[in-house]
Design a protein around this ligand. Sequence first.
Ligand code: SAM
Length: 485
Amino acid sequence: MAIYNPKSLKAEEFINDEEIRETLAYAEANKNNVELIDQILEKARPQKTATGHICAGLTHREASVLLACEIPEKIEKMYQIAEEIKLAFYGNRIVIFAPLYLSNYCVNGCVYCPYHMKNKHIARKKLTQEEVKAEVIALQDLGHKRLAIEAGEDPVNNPIEYILECIKTIYSVHHKNGDIRRVNVNIAATTVENYRKLKEAGIGTYILFQETYHKQSYLELHPTGPKHDYAYHTEAMDRAMEGGIDDVGLGVLFGLELYKYEFAGLLMHAEHLEAVHGVGPHTISVPRLKRADDIDPNQFDNGIDDETFAQITACIHLAVPYTGLIISTRESEQVRSKLLRLGISQVSGGSRTSVGGYAGYTPEERPHDTEQFEVSDQRSLDEVVCWLMENGHIPSFCTACYREGRTGDRFMSLCKSGQILNCCHPNALMTLSEYLEDYASAKTKEVGYEMVEKELKRIPKDKVREIATQNIEAIKASNRRDFRF
Ligand code: SAM
């Protein structure tokens, strides 16, 4: 039987079924242990240091106790601490991105995904380079600077060479004042050599959802195709890091398995990356299973309600406070509103989940023929940006960190040293000003500049504040763009 070892490179040793089961039993036994819960909450709370804040984070066992806890006042406390952590390390910024679907050809048999090979009624489509360009122009016209590219797994139709060519095309398009400055990649698990090629192509984060950490369920949910190989999939992030990719993004698809099991597995995966590579995941996504062509989410037994979903999000934030949390348009405005306060730092906006869903469509129109799943938040990017600001969040189009080499542990140390307000905060305000000048509606522009004025005053260093103010004036008066600290 596999023995639990977070430093092992073997999937079944760092995501160890026995350890997860023991963790769940421990959490269940202690879910009303108020003294222990208080101790864990105290450990999670950010502590002030001379230069900023520091957070201890939580182990998968400690965080699992919090997730099992059903005492309303304690859950409220978790939410409060999650908000404190978010503000201490990230401030009130929310980074904006959009998915770009390149191809829905897929040779896998994932039973929850409409791209599964047996689905004969979904239209199959792969963008040509001309179509990629058209999509990127449409995305730039909306104001996007950061994309997550998505593709099914198909070595013939979407080989790595195709993905690399698309990345090159995306970075080459400069339409009006627009450009895409960071391409994150969500493609199937691959080899160290291919990860090295992605790194050389200048990608940001490599994202791969585990879907489920429960091996038996994983095998049943992925009955055919290369994705059936649980170890190959689970060990992908180690290969990505070996290939030189510093920033990796984890996630599970909530709804497939029991959420407490997934939660413990996810945190064990984060602990493993930290133990082996010295840096945890850059991001964690929290997607929930959605209705899609040939997919009825009610056929899966493990759906979670909005309250549980909020508690999961807050507990992840308490456990891995330096990891960015991503929520997509799978979730409604209402759910996103609540989660934004609990540690979410990135949201998508104006998203299309179909291949070729941006070019040639108005913000209200959305093609469904090649769609991966139904989007709940159907608002335009402009509406999302305005809504964020009206709720006190700064929408940020910043991509500076990875372009300045602040990835992996260098990004984490920026976070820990409390320099966010002198670095990420002004970058957010400058990129927001670019958005307001080039793409915003009159109303968003008005709300936006009010926010920029107010937030500029919060930059602690006089010199930084002065430069940021000058740069914003230059953005307003000219076509000069892409200022960054
Ligand atoms: N082919 C890549 C892979 O195997 O990881 C990229 C996958 S896909 C384009 C991105 C993610 O969409 C998947 O990892 C899965 O979690 C999610 N997904 C698939 N079907 C879904 C559904 N019905 N509802 C919500 N998310 C879904």
